[in-house]
Design a protein around this ligand. Structure first.
Ligand SMILES: [Fe+2]
Ligand SMILES: [Fe+2]
Length: 273
């Protein structure tokens, strides 16, 4: 595998994805780690690298408060570019979240299920890399590019509140933030179609389908790790959300997609703001 020794540690490989600062390079490196793991070229030795304080990021986009990010009105070409840019930025964060799940929390997962945990989050990570590349290519086809507009850091700030506990990370990243994506994406797809932008709508449809499986992987691992620790997963989820996502959840919910992912209504219905 290019850039790595013949047999490398998955924790070193995941950390190198986190450290990559060029966005496209990060996405390509993530896909390469996924493929090398699948080919058996990477093992679970502890490795030698330490986690970066923050993941590597390109110099642009500049990060600004959410209110300063351009409006995403899908009725105009500029508004659609603003929407696609915001989504591309989310996917870049999602790449880092998936590889952070492996590098930060993988070593602490019980021995007998660690391999499976890593495989699941590499599947997610590979999807996020693909999503990022699809969207950034599309932005270029529209005459823009990732980094051309400012973006905000809300996603990573939410992640930073859960660096101490894998179950908290599972509750907040896949089961609050990605699940929120399931709630809002169908409406975006409709609006894009309505505005005559079938290509963007199609890209979002592919992403939407994949994201259901990411929420499913999050739900499965929260339930598994809770049951091993003797916790009720629903109670634990609710405690984490109240503690670490104090704004509460936004309705309306996409109950159907959430249920397909194994995130039952009784997990989230009483957590609305
Ligand atoms: Fe994604
Ligand atoms: Fe995702």
């Amino acid at each position: 595998m290019g850039g790595y020794p013949a047999v490398t540690s998955i924790f070193d490989a995941a950390t190198s994805v986190l450290r990559a600062s060029d966005a496209s390079e990060k996405a390509r490196a993530g896909r390469e780690v996924h493929d090398s793991w699948a080919a058996g070229d990477i093992d679970m030795n502890p490795g030698t690298s330490s986690l970066p304080e923050r993941p590597g990021r390109p110099e642009s986009p500049v990060l600004v408060p959410p209110a300063h990010v351009p409006k995403r009105k899908v009725g105009t070409p500029e508004g659609r570019i603003a929407l696609l840019h915001a989504l591309t930025h989310i996917e870049l964060n999602a790449i880092d979240l998936a590889f952070d799940m492996i590098a930060r929390f993988g070593p602490g997962v019980p021995d007998d299920i660690r391999h499976e945990f890593i495989t699941d989050w590499l599947t997610v990570g590979d999807d996020e890399c693909r999503h990022f590349l699809m969207l950034s290519d599309h932005l270029q086809a529209l005459g823009s590019s990732y980094g051309a507009l400012p973006a905000h850091d809300g996603l990573w700030e939410a992640a930073l509140k859960t660096t101490d506990d894998v179950m908290a990370r599972l509750a907040i990243a896949p089961l609050v933030l990605e699940a929120r994506g399931l709630d809002v994406t169908p409406q975006m797809i409709d609006s894009l179609r309505h505005a005559g932008d079938a290509t963007s709508a199609q890209i979002l449809s592919v992403i939407y389908e994949d994201e259901i499986s990411h929420v499913a992987i999050g739900a499965r691992w929260l339930k598994e790790l809770c049951s091993r620790a003797g916790f009720d997963p629903r109670e634990r989820f609710q405690d984490y959300v109240r503690e670490r996502f104090p704004g509460g959840l936004k309705s309306p919910f996409n109950h159907e997609a959430r249920e397909m992912a194994g995130l039952e209504r009784n997990f989230y219905l009483n957590l609305t703001e």
